[in-house]
Structures are given as C-alpha cells and as structure tokens.
Design a protein around this ligand. Structure first.
Ligand SMILES: *Cc1c(COP(=O)(O)O)cnc(C)c1O
Length: 458
C-alpha cells in the first residue's frame, strides 16, 4: 500500500471552531455589507483570509516568549534576533520593526524620492502603497507567463530581464533607487523566483549601479521551490539556498508574520553600514529605538526561533504539500485554479468559475461571498475591488485576473479541513450556473477600499 504523507508535528493545544448554518451565514454576511473583512472570526469555520500572522507557534517559540528581555536598550532578545538574522540571511545589519509594511516605510524613507522608478516582479500592495505614497512609480517587470493561470511554468515569479533592462536603459540611474525582488511573488499567486533569475537580476542591476532589495516575506518557501525545481539545488540544504539567495541582494524587508511564523513582527536586513545608519534614524522616529523597533523582547525571541523553524526542510515540506493537497482536490474536480500551485495559497480563477457574472459586478468578490455562504470558509478577493481606482481618472482598474485566494495559515488546519473546503467549493462549482449576477458598491474609501468597502446585491 502506498504510504501517505504525514505532518512533521503533532498538536499540543487546540482552539474550538464553531459551526454555523447557511441561514445564519446569509444574515451575517448581509450585516457585514458583503465585505468578508467585516465578519467576526466566530462567524467563520475555516479562515483562509490570510496566512499573515495566523500561524501556530511551536512549543519552542512559546518557551522563548518566557525568556524575553524587555529592557529598552540592548536587550538580550535583540541580540538573539540579530544572531538568527545573521546566521540565516547573512545580512550583518538589521533593524526590528513591528511588521513588514513598517520595514518598507523605514527603508523607503531612506531610499525613495518623488518621481523615482522602482521596478520589480509584481509588487505587493503595501509595497506599492509605500512607493506611490512617495510619488514614485512601481514598474511591474514580471514575466508574461505569470498571467496565464493554466500555463505550467516552474518560476512564475521571475523578472523579465528585457523589461528590466528597458527600465534601466531609458531612465537616469539616479531615478532608480532599487529593484525589488519579491520572494515568493505574492501578487502573482505565491509563485517562486528561480536562483538563476535572482543571479541574473543582480548582475544586470550591478552593471547599472542599481541596488537589489528583497521583499522577503516568504523567502523560505521560495528556497523550498528552488530546491525542488532547480536541478543544481536538489542536494543543497534550505539554509544554504537561503544564504545564496540573499548574497545577491543589498537589503531585505521582512514581514515576519509569514515565514518567521510569528503573530506580529518584521525587520530590515542590510549589508551597508551607511544605509543602516540612515535607516536607523527613521526607525527611531517611526518604530522605536533600534534595539526593539516596535517589538517586545518576548516577540523578538519567538521570531528568532521561528526563523530557524521556518527554514527547516521538514516543516516546509509539510506546509507546501498541504497547500498542494487542497489545490489538487480542486483541480482534479475541474475547479479552475492557478497552476502550478503557489507556496502559501490556492488561487481560484473567478471569471472561469462564474462566466455569467460581469467583471463590473465584482466577480471574484461574488465568488468569495458564495463560498462563505455555502461553507463558512472565508477567502479573499484579489480582483477589481483590491485593484482600486486609477488615481487620476478615478475609473475602476480592471485587472487581467479576477482571483479568489484561499491562503493557508501555517501549522493551523488539518488536511480534513482542506477536504471540507474543497468539497464545498466543488459542490458550488457544480451549481455555478445559478449564479448570474454580482454586487455594486455603496461605500468606498479613497484608497485601500477593499478593507472597508460596503456592497449591495445587484
Ligand atoms: C505581508 C506582506 C508584506 C507586508 O507585511 P505586513 O507584515 O502585512 O505589514 C509585504 N510584502 C509581502 C510580499 C507580503 O506578503
């Protein structure tokens, strides 16, 4: 008999989940103005809204919490975090921040000025927000293959070198403070970037004198894909792959709520001491003194331990196989999902799932609402609502892809939960022809509207 894959951990503490009825859910989602962010967590059975800060810490991390040093300056927890960051990323300098976007805010304050261009693979929304807030422009140089959900390509997070070089050639270099490599590329579906691509982007950028910065939230998941898909790295350890990846960069920003498996935290890693000095100034202004930067000592301890656990092969294999397990259940039943599966989430192609719902009626949001009503599973829209309006014309920006993202928290749900999610979505897919219309917006904020938008049935 074939031996099934089994998780590399067991469960010590549990948190009860509440079941609900379809009638209750229809009432709740209506009261929430059809915005899934407005639901209370007790109204959700399996919460796949995000994998950010929602993971389960290990008993080693919890014991580190007890050892936290809460001294204002020079806490031992700071040095524990520094040691872990040096060991795992190779960056000699670091600044703690309260989360990933805070790291962006501090680093970009030191580096980005108005009218600058910041090329990269598809920028994450807070990254783009921090670039545009400074009146600079994020230039998406992702390979075209990334936007075809059915095309099999091992590294859909890769940067197109010709697109990147065009940006370098056609603009004065002093207007390009950095290129950002997001690993894995969240916006294109948790898709990895190959070591070869990282190496080539770094070489090209060096030639033009442009800094390489990693948006590193899921760097360990990226390293796992390099090991599995890039021949030269099959025998290398995750830690060695990670060190090599970062060796091609000048700095990194980190949302530790992802691959460092903590509920809150972030940091900036830097090679250059003068950059560290400059960024320290902004860290003190925005985050806190440089030896805690918005984090408690106990949280820095848990983060240091989480970085080590997050870069273990067994952990990563369990994690990424669970994501693929859900993906395969859906794909085998004919549900249109992005392929290959990403590292942290499964993306459903909403236009193909609900072909009769017009894009103007927010087809991905419609699908996410239907999934919630059907199952109590909370997913998130990655479509027109998230894409927001054009800042100049105020028209809706219609993205190529209308996606519903099922993000899997780390070490939190079992494969039976994945079966539950898949079965409901497959049932809904079989009844999809009954869904012909979507929603209209009744309230929206001027920016980042997806968090607070209010909707009404068409
Ligand atoms: C989550 C994330 C961020 C922002 O981090 P926060 O901790 O949510 O502030 C930045 N970049 C990427 C790729 C992310 O996934």
């Amino acid at each position: 008999m074939e031996i099934p894959f089994a998780e590399s951990y067991k469960i010590k503490m549990v948190e009860p989940l509440r079941r609900s009825t379809r009638d209750e859910r229809e009432q709740w989602i209506k009261s929430a103005n059809y915005n899934l962010f407005n639901l209370r967590s007790e109204q959700v059975f399996v919460d796949l809204l995000t994998d950010s800060g929602t993971g389960a810490m290990s008993h080693y991390q919890w014991s580190e919490m007890m050892l936290g040093d809460e001294s204002y300056a020079g806490a031992s927890s700071y040095f524990k975090m520094k040691e872990a960051i040096q060991e795992i990323t190779g960056f000699p300098h670091f600044l703690p921040t309260h989360q990933g976007r805070a790291a962006e805010n501090v680093l970009f304050s030191a580096l980005i000025k108005s009218d600058d261009l910041v090329p990269g693979n598809a920028h994450f929304d807070t990254t783009k927000g921090h670039i545009e807030f400074r009146k600079a422009t994020a230039v998406d140089c992702t390979i075209d293959e990334a936007y075809n959900t059915t095309l099999d390509h091992p590294f859909k997070g890769n940067i197109d070198l010709a697109k990147l070089e065009a940006v370098y050639k056609n603009n004065p270099v002093e207007k390009i403070p950095m290129v950002i490599i997001t690993v894995t590329c969240n916006t294109s579906g948790g898709q990895p970037v190959s070591m070869q691509n990282i190496r080539e982007v770094s070489a090209l950028s060096k030639k033009y004198g442009v800094r390489v910065v990693f948006d590193a939230a899921r760097f360990a998941e990226n390293a796992y894909f390099i090991k599995m898909r890039e021949e030269e790295y099959v025998e290398k350890s995750i830690r060695d792959i990670v060190l090599e990846m970062f060796s091609y960069g000048d700095a990194m920003t980190m949302s530790s709520k992802k691959d460092a498996i903590v509920n809150m935290g972030g940091f900036i890693g830097m090679r250059d001491e003068s950059l560290f000095r400059e960024a320290s100034l902004y860290n003190i202004m925005f985050e806190g003194y440089i030896t805690y930067g918005g984090m408690s000592g106990r949280d820095m301890n848990a983060l240091a331990q989480g970085l080590r656990e997050g870069t273990e092969f067994d952990y990563l294999e369990t994690r990424i196989r669970q994501v693929a397990f859900l993906g395969r259940l859906l794909r085998d039943a004919g549900v249109p999902v992005q392929y290959p599966f990403g590292g942290h989430a499964i993306f459903i192609d909403a236009k193909r799932f609900l072909p009769e719902v017009p894009q103007e009626e927010y087809v991905a949001q419609t699908l996410a609402i239907e999934i919630y009503k059907e199952s109590g599973v909370r997913a998130v829209e990655i479509g027109t609502i998230l894409a927001d309006r054009d800042p100049n014309t105020r028209e809706n920006r219609y993205p190529n892809l209308e996606m519903v993202r099922l993000a899997i928290p780390r070490r939190t749900y079992t494969n039976n939960h994945m079966r539950y999610v898949a079965a409901h979505i497959i049932n809904l897919h079989e009844k999809r022809n009954h869904i012909k219309s979507g929603y209209r917006i009744t309230y929206e904020a001027p920016i980042m509207r997806h968090f607070t938008v209010a909707l009404q049935k068409v």
